[in-house]
Design a protein around this ligand. Structure first.
Ligand code: SAM
Length: 242
């Protein structure tokens, strides 16, 4: 028998002033089942218990977006999406958005392509690529309203990956755990080199385990120099410094 995810509608409402529709609840459950099944062959996630999955994958993905971005049409890209987080829960909650889900690990992207077919998802596009290459490709560079990035690299590299992909006026969300004033200072200066700035910072305590979540919102204010992103591996090995 498949494990059942909790629905926790009241907790969604209390924490995000939002509740998933019946259809979205079914999509959450199906996603959970497909990930558990695939996890037997491929290491997609260590978070497999129903309540933990609800908090760390579903709630966490949506908490940074709900009530902040409510446009009807929006072109987003989730970079280093892994098993589809935070992009997939967002694609369920915002069916009119278009989301590109990128990862360099082909097996994970193949899983996302299977899932797209099995769940009849029209608004996601799984893509196997390195972010450093996409950022220099005119088909992707400066094409997005929103960039999502969770658990991929330290903050300077995240900014170097995210800002070249954004249109001027677009936003990036860096999903971070602990966050310090020094990191804010560093990110502020690094973002300026890349044509962006820190727009805001939202600190949250997650509703089940009380973990710390910081959402850092960047805004693109001018075009990014063609120097960035640098070649594959350089943003993480030689991070831009303030
Ligand atoms: N974002 C997902 C999450 O929070 O569950 C997955 C996080 S996982 C720790 C990091 C993912 O980023 C891996 O799947 C890895 O393949 C991908 N990744 C890291 N660097 C990348 C790069 N330069 N280009 C594309 N994908 C990258």
């Amino acid at each position: 028998m498949q494990e059942q995810l909790p629905t926790l509608e009241q907790l969604w409402l209390d924490t995000l002033n939002w509740t998933p529709s019946g259809e979205v609840l079914c999509q959450f459950q199906k996603l959970y089942e497909l990930i558990l099944e695939k996890n037997q062959q491929l290491n997609l996630t260590k978070i497999t218990q129903p309540l933990e999955f609800w908090e760390k994958h579903l709630w966490d993905s949506l908490a940074a977006v709900v009530g902040v971005f409510e446009q009807q049409k929006l072109k987003a890209i989730d970079i280093g999406t892994g098993a589809g987080f935070p992009g997939l829960p967002i694609s369920f909650a915002y069916p009119t958005w278009q989301l590109t889900l990128v990862d360099s690990t082909k097996k994970k992207v193949n899983f996302l392509a299977e899932l797209k077919e099995k769940m009849l998802l029209k608004n996601i596009e799984p893509l196997a690529a390195r972010i450093e290459e996409l950022g220099q490709d005119p088909l992707y560079r400066e094409q997005y309203d929103l960039v999502l990035i969770r658990a991929v690299a330290q903050e300077s590299a995240c900014a170097e990956y995210a800002l070249p992909l954004l249109k001027i006026g677009g936003s990036a969300i860096l999903y971070r755990g602990q966050w310090s004033e020094d990191q804010t200072q560093n990110l502020c200066q690094v973002s300026a080199k890349l044509g962006g700035e820190i727009n805001s910072l939202k600190s949250l305590s997650t509703p089940v385990s009380g973990s710390t979540r910081n959402c850092v919102y960047l805004k693109k204010t001018k075009s990014t120099s063609l120097e960035y992103p640098r070649a594959i591996g350089v943003p993480t090995h030689s991070p831009l410094l303030s």
